[in-house]
Design a protein. Structure first.
Length: 144
């Protein structure tokens, strides 16, 4: 995906804001791989339930103000893309991000993690736990 496409995609995601298949995080350098895996599972499962092609986890956008603030999460390309292997190792069945898009916005670096929808009838588990959008609600037991 080229930069103009990423620009359009980000503006579209921000316009519709967070829902069952889109999650925004400011995400610092120490953002938990385990939390990313939980979001991966929840977004993949919700995308399947809602008939969406994919879900999106977006780093570098403040989830309260809707403003791009940038992220310093894994700035080295090799380390960033090694996350795909880490997700596949702990997801069941073993799938991972369709792609990780990096965008150099004027206000900071934005990462758009493209989460494929779970296959029909086969939910995605993270470390043997099945997750959906309820995991993301603050009062739900087990929310990370």
């Amino acid at each position: 995906m080229n930069q103009p496409d990423l620009t359009q995609l980000l503006h579209s995601l921000i316009a519709t804001w967070e829902n069952e298949v889109v999650e925004f995080k400011q995400a610092g350098s120490d953002y938990s791989t385990d939390d990313i895996g939980k979001y991966f599972s929840a977004l993949a499962n919700e995308a399947n339930l809602r008939g969406a092609d994919c879900g999106w986890l977006v780093f570098g956008v403040n989830n309260k103000t809707r403003r791009v603030v940038g992220t310093d999460y894994r700035p080295q390309a090799e380390r960033l893309h090694s996350l795909k292997m880490q997700i596949a190792e702990n997801a069941e069945p073993r799938i991972t991000f369709r792609d990780i898009h990096e965008w150099a916005h004027a206000d900071g670096r934005v990462l758009l993690f493209e989460v494929p929808a779970a296959p029909r009838g086969i939910p995605i588990a993270w470390k043997w736990s099945l997750l959906c959008s309820r995991w993301r609600e603050p009062n739900f037991a087990g929310a990370g």
